[in-house]
Design a protein around this ligand. Structure first.
Ligand code: RFL
Ligand code: PHB
Length: 390
């Protein structure tokens, strides 16, 4: 059995950021990932980074491509019917967000690993977690037909919503909170110029739609779909027709069509596992909490968990001080719950709910109308959108 300081499960943004931060602090760690390198590098997901996340990349010195190719966004738009409400985040908060795909961030972190001595083991099957309540926990897995076991001082469960870590933490004290939303998002990625220079989150008669982007030549769009909708029911033409109907009147440039690089449907869910630790196993990122994508908080919450956890590990390995590790759960959850609230509230404000009454629709329209004229409410939204301080 080999040994390390921290065994990290999962090479998503949480695991990769934690691995690099620990490595930079001189703490030995190994990342164990179930999927292949190619699979990890090809996943299409988040697009909007808070400064919490971009600052970590800068601290690591893995920000060169992001600074060059990322789009600094000084504002975004909420649309109610055919009215565009611009949230001037730069003027309201003095800050900004960066549009840079999770796919690109992942690539930068994976490619920088070898030169920094960060070991990532891909294609690790049947991972199991052992002895987390002892002083010498371990993970075992199968690779190339052989079983490998890595002993560690700590294990970081960065294995996303469907990974095994939460199942190990959970029996110790199940404090879980969940909300499933009665709709999903159908997304499309295409190499066409975005319809607008900034993101538009649109609420309308036909439900929610989002015009986002990855660059000035690559667009990302989403529309609200029913949970019973199947991808096969949505031809590319049908989706472009819908997007044109939603955004041609709202946007500066109009919707440009092109072949889909990817199309997928994702369900929307809020979830928090308040128990983020069991013994020497710590959860971070989607392994512990999920937000609906409205507001772009998921990846950024993974980054803030990791910032707290890395500092806690760093003081433990420097001086044996366990106070940071003991405080991790409470510190992380304080920020997690605020982001959960924001994502939930923006989801409620911008989507049509099946079976909602005309009164509920009026309430939403009144809130959007109030928002359009209230600097106070715009500031509250902007402050949450750029990310609350660590
Ligand atoms: P991940 O990215 O799911 O990574 C977990 C990793 O663990 C691996 N794993 C295992 N490894 C070993 N053994 C096992 N048994 C394992 N089981 C799992 C997985 O293969 C994977 O590599 O979790 P992490 O690192 O916590 O990162 C979270 C983010 O990926 C997620 O929150 C965001 O993508 C959410 N999200 C967005 N977040 C933002 O901040 N801004 C956005 O604009 C944004 N847009 C989105 C989103 C998520 C979306 N979907 C697909 C739900 C848009 C969408 C459509
Ligand atoms: C994206 O570009 O994928 C994106 C942007 C903003 C969101 C969610 C997703 O709120």
């Amino acid at each position: 059995m080999s040994t390390t300081g921290v065994a990290i499960i999962g090479a998503g943004p949480a695991g990769l950021l934690l691995g690099h931060l620990l490595c930079q602090s001189g703490i030995a760690c190994t990342i164990v990932e179930r999927q292949s390198r190619d699979h990890v590098l090809s996943r299409i997901r988040a697009g909007v980074l808070e400064t919490v996340t971009t600052d970590l990349l800068t601290r690591l010195g893995i920000d060169r491509r992001m600074r060059k190719e990322g789009l600094v966004e000084a504002g975004f738009n909420l649309a109610s019917g055919d009215r565009l409400i611009r949230i001037d985040i730069a003027a309201l908060t003095g800050r900004h967000v960066t549009v840079y795909g999770q796919t690109e961030l992942t690539r930068d972190l994976v490619e920088a690993a070898p030169e920094r001595g960060l070991e990532i083991i891909f294609d690790a099957a049947n991972l199991a977690i052992h002895d987390v309540e002892s002083a010498s926990p371990s993970v075992s897995f199968e690779k190339d037909g052989a079983v490998t076991c890595i002993g560690a001082r700590f294990i970081a469960g960065c294995d996303g919503f469907h990974g095994p870590s939460r199942g190990v933490v959970r029996p110790s004290a199940a404090r879980e909170y969940v909300r499933e939303y009665p709709f999903g998002w159908l997304g499309i990625l295409a190499d066409v110029p975005p319809c607008h220079d900034e993101l538009i989150y649109a609420n309308g008669e036909r439900g929610f739609a989002l015009a986002s982007m990855r660059s000035r030549t690559r667009s990302r769009y989403y529309v609200q779909v029913s949970l019973s909708d199947r991808l096969e029911e949505w031809s590319e033409d049908r989706l472009w027709d819908e997007l044109e109907a939603r955004f041609d009147g709202l946007s500066k440039h109009g919707v440009a069509r092109g072949p889909a690089l990817e199309m997928s449907i994702a369900p929307l869910r809020s979830y928090v596992c308040e128990t983020m630790r069991r013994g020497r196993l710590f959860l971070a990122g989607d392994a512990a909490h999920i937000v609906p994508p409205t507001g772009a908080k998921g990846l950024n919450l993974a980054a803030s968990d990791v910032a707290y956890l890395w500092q806690a590990f760093a003081s433990y390995f420097a001086s044996g001080d366990e106070s940071g590790l003991d405080a991790y759960e409470a510190t992380a959850l304080a920020r997690v719950w605020k982001a959960e609230r924001f994502s939930w509230s923006l989801t409620n404000l911008m989507h049509s709910f099946p079976g909602e009454s005309p009164f509920e629709r009026r309430m939403r329209n009144a809130e959007l109308d109030y928002l359009a004229g209230s600097r106070a409410m715009q500031t509250a939204i902007a402050e949450n959108y750029v990310g609350l301080p660590l």
